[in-house]
Design a protein around this ligand. Structure first.
Ligand code: AMP
Ligand code: GLY
Length: 420
């Protein structure tokens, strides 16, 4: 098969890496890709939101299947546009991607389908927001409705904080249109975990679980980030909880979509909080997580192309997906200052010597090459170092030894990823 991967971060590096290992893959191209991916697949400088450009690239290269990595092209309808020109794509349609693209859509959908979640109210004026915030005594979560690059959620302790966050979104245009309407949610408590299912619209299968570490610094201190590291399987989950989440959350979502006339095809990523009343949905994403992909994919024993192909051919029914009995940990090496202001363009140490390692992978997130073809940092999250092993200790030892060995002095990382 000729495959195009859309995206250029650590998630897409991991996806492209595992797709390239499959005997079913003939030609693999990536857009825009990154210097890490360029070592094994042709990369084209087309951005993920250039829907026409991505369609043309797929057509010009006789692509049989497009794997769409990030949420933006999904929400913009890349899958729908590809389908119009007869090209199959792995990932949900624009309508189905609203589960991630609009928090209001997602919460209303869960409510109609009795999927467990926190209470919420919708507001598009500050008066309604203030009334609700006061009712909850400020102990609530304020969320911008639309996509805000992971920054549109403010977890509040006080009335002042919550009113400030709501005013920023509703009146001060903080997230543009994405914050023109907001949700005020009941603040729930419990351990968080992520579950990744694949669905062809009829059948869903769990591919893996992970725990993300979203705060910037050790012991969950500091601001929220896109994710500073992850472990798979999620230490808080087990087979019986997975089954409960599958029955109460995953299946009702796929079926609810179906009864609304929407085929949910691709990855359904449920962010779950394990509350004393059982698992509840914190959020849905319509794609793999970053950096969770970097720990979920190494544990898949079943060929990734086979899974993707069976999904787009609607043949998941009866398919068995096997996982290795191992653990994976990824630690993100970020630019100093991230998620606030940080500098780009710092030279990175040579990484080629890790290419031969079997249980260590270095996935590129924000890297590029300068005029002299030297590898430089080009984003907040720069590399993610994944280690595979028999247990958490082995993975942590390997990942941290590698990160210390890389020794990039302009970077920082959390030292407690996967620490139990
Ligand atoms: P999200 O971007 O929706 O994943 O939210 C970011 C983080 O905010 C989550 O990982 C949770 O830690 C927290 N969060 C979101 N919604 C709630 C809620 N209703 N109650 C408590 N914490 C929440
Ligand atoms: N790591 C969180 C996400 O991908 O949304």
């Amino acid at each position: 098969m000729n495959i195009l991967v859309v995206g250029g971060g650590g998630r897409e590096h991991a996806i492209a890496h595992y797709l390239s290992k499959s005997p079913l893959t003939k030609n693999l191209i990536v857009a825009p890709g990154n210097p890490g991916i360029k070592k094994f697949a042709e990369c084209y400088p087309i951005s993920v939101d250039d829907i026409e450009g991505q369609c043309k690239l797929a057509k010009d290269n006789n692509i049989d299947l497009v794997f769409i990595g990030p949420e933006i092209p999904l929400v913009l309808g890349l899958k729908d546009k590809l389908s119009e020109i007869g090209i199959k794509a792995f990932g949900p349609s624009a309508k189905a991607a609203q589960l991630e693209g609009s928090k209001t859509f997602s919460r209303n959908f869960c409510k109609r389908n009795n999927i467990p979640q926190p209470d919420f109210i919708y507001c598009n004026d500050i008066k309604t927001a203030k009334d609700q915030i006061e009712l909850l005594n400020g102990y609530c979560v304020v969320k911008a409705d639309g996509l805000a690059a992971g920054k549109g959620v403010v977890v509040c302790d006080t009335v002042e904080e919550a009113i400030y966050a709501s005013t920023q979104m509703l009146e001060n245009n903080k997230f543009g249109d994405a914050g023109k309407s907001i949700l005020i949610e009941e603040r729930i408590t419990g351990i968080e975990a992520s579950i990744f299912a694949v669905s062809d619209g009829d059948t869903a299968i769990i591919l893996g679980t992970a725990q993300d570490h979203k705060r910037a610094y050790d012991n969950d201190q500091g601001p929220n980030t896109g994710g500073m590291g992850a472990i798979s399987p999620a230490p808080a989950l087990n087979d019986s909880l997975n089954q409960e989440i599958f029955n109460k959350i995953i299946i009702p979502t796929i079926n609810g979509m179906k009864s609304d006339g929407i085929v949910y095809e691709g990855i359904l990523y449920a962010g779950i909080m394990l509350t004393k009343d059982g698992p509840k949905v914190i959020e849905f994403n319509c794609r793999f997580g970053d950096p969770e992909t970097q720990v979920v994919l190494p544990r898949l024993e079943t060929d990734l192309v086979e899974i993707v192909k069976n999904t787009v051919d609607k043949k998941l029914n009866g398919m068995k997906i096997d996982l290795f009995d191992n653990t994976a940990i990824t630690v993100v090496l970020a630019s100093q200052g991230y998620p606030g202001d940080f500098k780009k363009g710092s030279e990175l140490p040579l990484l080629n010597k890790y290419d031969q390692e079997t249980n260590i992978s270095i996935f590129h997130s924000g890297t590029s090459e300068n005029n002299e073809k030297k590898l430089i940092s080009n984003g907040g999250r720069v590399l993610s170092v994944t280690a595979i092993g028999q247990n958490v200790k082995e993975c942590r030892d390997k990942a941290y030894k590698t990160i210390e060995d890389i020794n990039w002095e302009k970077g920082f990382y959390r030292k407690d990823i996967g620490k139990l």
